[in-house]
Design a protein around this ligand. Structure first.
Ligand code: C5P
Length: 320
């Protein structure tokens, strides 16, 4: 005789708590970098802009204390899903800070923001993880508490909770939201290989020691008005990235991408953050579409993305 036991419970099954979030990547419209500080970081004045390239995250609460991660999409095959991954570290940090070591979660990340590209893809995943773990674990934390945890995870993570345009100071974690009129049309050229952010900052220090650059976290008077005007020509005139010379020393082929044969509707090009992704600001969507198609043929361009900015910060989907 086949024997089996059917467990009958008077309790309704526990609801599966699931949450989703879509987090944008960023570009720095201005990145003014001061000298290396005693703690190894650099003071910055940076104008962040969130752009319409997104990583999509999903979290399901577990009944045990395991934290698991699955990644798919852009560059994910090169990413470890263990606790060296910023998303896993974000989940661990959040439960540690709230003394809730019994909490667990299954995370899934579908990536579109380029990896090691200077667009804060890893930071976007960390920001998204904080938001959805807060939701599925029912922690009820506000933006201020989440921003505090975000700053512990990385200098760009607090901005990715916010989105839009924001001025970042300190090491980039102190934020002031800025006006966001108009819509800028961007093309991003993804390079054949990545650059490490610490390495680019080290190269910046080498160049400063050589006297090639004079570090300064000061932004010129009026430049924020230009960059937040929403008018492409005025924004193009104000763009600045102090890490660009260091990124170019480490990856000289980027010069060819930045100088790509463009037309008069392509207003400016610059390296995104610590690179090596190159951004092109265009006067309108049509010229941006044309440029994206042309850039794909360049030797140092692995792929291109069209996007616009600024876009709002992440929105968490309902837990159920
Ligand atoms: O803050 P985050 O972990 O993203 O920074 C990565 C590295 O970039 C740091 O370890 C540091 O070398 C460099 N960095 C810096 N100054 C900043 C931000 C980052 O030197 N303001």
């Amino acid at each position: 005789m086949l024997g089996y036991v059917v467990a009958v419970s008077s309790q309704p099954p526990a609801p599966v708590r699931l949450s989703t979030v879509r987090v944008p990547g960023k570009i720095n419209l201005a990145l003014a970098v001061g000298p290396r500080r005693a703690d190894g970081f650099h003071d910055l004045s940076t104008l962040f802009q969130a752009v319409s390239l997104y990583d999509d995250l999903q979290a399901t609460a577990r009944t045990d204390n395991q934290i698991t991660l699955v990644m798919a999409g852009e560059g994910s095959e090169h990413l470890a899903c263990d606790d060296t991954n910023l998303a896993v570290r974000a989940a661990q940090l959040l439960r540690e800070r709230h003394g809730r070591d019994s909490l667990g979660v299954d995370l899934r990340v579908d990536k579109c923001v380029p990896m090691a590209g200077g667009m804060a893809g890893g930071s976007a995943d960390a920001a998204g993880t904080l938001l959805i773990c807060n939701e599925v674990w029912g922690l009820g934390l506000g933006l201020e508490e989440l921003s505090d945890a975000a700053a512990q995870l990385g200098s760009d993570v607090p901005f990715l909770l916010l989105g839009g345009n924001a001025l970042g100071t300190g090491r980039g974690e102190r934020l002031r939201p800025m006006p966001e009129p108009g819509r800028l049309e961007w093309v991003f050229a993804i390079a054949q290989h990545g650059l490490s952010t610490p390495q680019v900052y080290r190269q910046f220090d080498v160049m400063a020691d050589r006297g090639d650059i004079v570090p300064s976290a000061e932004l010129a008077v009026g430049v924020l008005d230009e960059l937040c005007s929403g008018e492409p020509e005025r924004v193009a005139a104000g763009l600045r990235n102090d890490l660009q010379p260091a990124a170019l020393e480490l990856y000289p082929e980027l010069a060819g991408t930045l100088a790509a044969d463009t037309d008069s509707r392509v207003l400016a090009s610059l390296v995104c953050g610590s690179g090596p992704t190159c951004a092109f600001l265009c006067a309108d969507a049509e010229s941006a579409d044309r440029l994206a198609a042309r850039l794909v043929g360049l030797p140092e361009v692995r792929d291109t993305r069209r996007a616009h900015g600024p876009v709002p910060g992440p929105k968490v989907g309902p837990a159920r």
